[in-house]
Design a protein around this ligand. Structure first.
Ligand code: ZN
Length: 135
């Protein structure tokens, strides 16, 4: 349900009148952590701030909520690579950014270091290398 404020901003052209389909999670890893990531086996993540870029054409907010779910829930039924990381102790999402740009375009314009090639990029055909970057 649009609010008067968003209607106003849209009419001024400040907010594109599209629903977001891409999101970025800013993730804090406060201390080095070893995480078992699906088929990658165990990977050591250095401490830092990471940016994960993902998209959901349908059920967008449900996907975002899933990422924000408790680590216990994610550990029980991991599905995406990011679930394994978010289920690790002390790893937390600092913020969620919503975008209308295509996922790979946004990911490639995000400056950061790829530590684990292939992470979150199983469906990527744009050569990103990884949809998780240390920023
Ligand atoms: Zn990509």
């Amino acid at each position: 349900m649009p609010t008067a404020a968003t209607d106003c901003a849209q009419s001024l052209g400040k907010i594109p009148n599209e629903t977001p389909q891409t999101y970025q999670l800013l993730i804090e890893i406060p201390a080095p952590v070893s995480v078992l990531i699906g088929r990658f086996a165990t990977f050591d993540f250095p401490a830092g701030i990471y940016c994960y870029t993902g998209s959901a054409r349908r059920n967008f907010e449900a996907r975002v909520s899933r990422h924000l779910a408790s680590s216990l829930l994610l550990a029980k039924k991991p599905h995406w690579h990011i679930d394994y990381l978010l289920a690790a102790p002390d790893v937390r999402i600092l913020t969620v950014l919503r975008h209308t740009l295509p996922e790979c375009q946004l990911n490639q314009s995000t400056v950061g270091e790829v530590l684990l090639r292939g992470f979150g990029a199983s469906d990527c055909h744009a050569g990103c290398g990884s949809h998780l970057k240390r920023i």
